[in-house]
Design a protein around this ligand. Structure first.
Ligand code: COA
Ligand code: ZN
Length: 314
């Protein structure tokens, strides 16, 4: 059981990228900018604000350039852009991203479905991105999608993940993310793998990215936290999913994660009432209900008046 709550848990908000990339309804550029600007006031130190991928692959985020140029940057917030290749890196740098998130899957099949490339081609492209970033202030994070299982290939071995961690370290990236793209991870698996990765990568450079596809998202967060992980991706309202993974569904929900941390006494620095107010506006923006639960139930401390007949008995 977790016995050290003293260490802050860092939440990277990914709704503007992972959240919006799968939304069928077009979200206006101004609305994306407003969403990011509001998130910037919630206390996050990191926001993944968009991606620079083929507009044919992800039409919902084709306006990444305008979005990055339009946001009001808050000091202390790192604005991250997901990229698949050198072209994406060049676009993201031109638009002013602070950090690039390079993504490749552990599974060859998912990488072909998602990136139309074999893993070796992705790694070669990342080498070019590292050269491009050398000598700039840009930081680089590299993600391993389908770390905990692939919807096409099934189980992914720990050794395969460690090979990619080594390859990323050799490239010289600043951070590594382990992504459970379609919610196939379980807490025991997470605990073991995170312990192993932390023997190679300091906790300050490791991020865990969970989806709640099978209801295990927050359990996996706790298992990873217990193993020593301190950085987690989460998405407002529980939005999100990869359009190139069958059955994909939302990320772990940011306000549910922050609520969990508050209840357990783990600091996040995030303003939960602000997030809840934002999350409650998402159905109007996107035209459907959100999977997140605390926005519907309220916080534990949001009490209700006792029924009249019970009041009479008090
Ligand atoms: N940004 C914008 N356009 C890009 C691009 C980028 N980063 N990379 C390639 N393109 C364009 C090319 O210029 C070319 O345009 P054209 O048809 O007008 O000439 C077209 O896309 C095809 O280029 P190609 O290199 O052959 O790409 P592809 O069709 O093999 O697709 C990717 C490869 C990586 C670009 C594409 O699969 C992709 O963007 N995947 C990302 C998917 C994603 O974001 N998933 C969720 C997040 S993990
Ligand atoms: Zn994801």
């Amino acid at each position: 059981m977790i016995n050290d709550f003293s260490q802050r848990l860092i939440v990277q908000e990914v709704a503007p990228r992972d959240g919006l990339q799968i939304e069928p309804q077009w979200v206006e550029t101004a609305d994306k900018i407003a969403l990011i600007d509001q998130l910037s006031l919630a206390g996050f130190s990191r926001i993944e604000a968009g991606s620079f991928v083929s507009p044919k692959a992800i039409p919902a985020l084709r306006d990444g350039d305008e979005v990055f140029r339009g946001i009001q940057r808050q000091p202390g917030v790192i604005y991250v852009a997901l990229i698949p290749n050198l072209k994406g890196a060049e676009r993201a740098i031109a638009a002013g991203a602070d950090e690039l998130n390079l993504v490749m899957s552990a599974s060859q099949t998912h990488n072909l479905a998602n990136m139309r490339m074999r893993c070796e081609q992705s790694l070669a492209a990342f080498g070019d991105v590292v050269s491009l970033a050398r000598g700039t202030t840009l930081s680089l994070n590299a993600s391993i999608a389908t770390t905990f299982g692939c919807p096409f290939e099934g189980k992914i071995s720990e050794d395969r993940v460690m090979q990619i961690v080594d390859a990323y370290q050799e490239l010289g990236v600043d951070g590594i993310s382990l992504a459970d793209t379609t919610g196939m991870a379980n807490p025991r698996q997470v605990y073991q793998l995170v312990q192993r990765v932390l023997s190679q990568v300091p906790a300050s450079r490791l991020t865990l990215h969970f989806h709640n596809t099978r209801g295990l998202g927050l359990s996996n967060v706790l298992a990873a936290y217990e193993a020593g992980a301190r950085r987690f991706d989460a998405s407002l309202g529980g939005l999100g999913g990869c359009p190139f993974a069958p059955g994909a569904s939302g990320n772990i929900c940011t306000e549910d994660l922050v609520n969990l941390c508050e209840e357990m006494g783990i600091a996040t620095g995030i303003d939960l009432p602000h997030l809840l107010a934002m999350s409650r506006r998402l159905p109007t923006l996107l035209g459907h209900e959100m999977p997140g639960q605390v926005a519907k139930a309220g916080r534990n401390c949001d009490l209700h008046p006792a029924p009249d007949d019970v009041m009479n008995l008090l």
